[in-house]
Design a protein around this ligand. Structure first.
Ligand SMILES: [Zn+2]
Length: 62
């Protein structure tokens, strides 16, 4: 038997991609703690933005 059913674990979990075009513009960055959200700025990853209320790193919203 060839265990050929689980060979798809190829998730590229890097953060070095996406500085080019093709990423969705107009997203939001959300504070996971208090729910504060602001518009995602181009070229500035959400995790580099901090919540003005609780100083948490923001995460990418939907
Ligand atoms: Zn916050």
């Amino acid at each position: 038997m060839n265990g050929n059913g689980q060979g798809r674990g190829n998730r590229a979990g890097g953060q070095g991609r996406g500085m080019g075009t093709g990423q969705g513009l107009g997203g939001t960055c959300v504070c996971p703690k208090c729910g504060y959200s602001e518009q995602h700025q181009r070229g500035v990853p959400c995790f580099e933005v901090r919540c003005p209320k609780c100083n948490m790193q923001l995460i990418r919203g939907k």
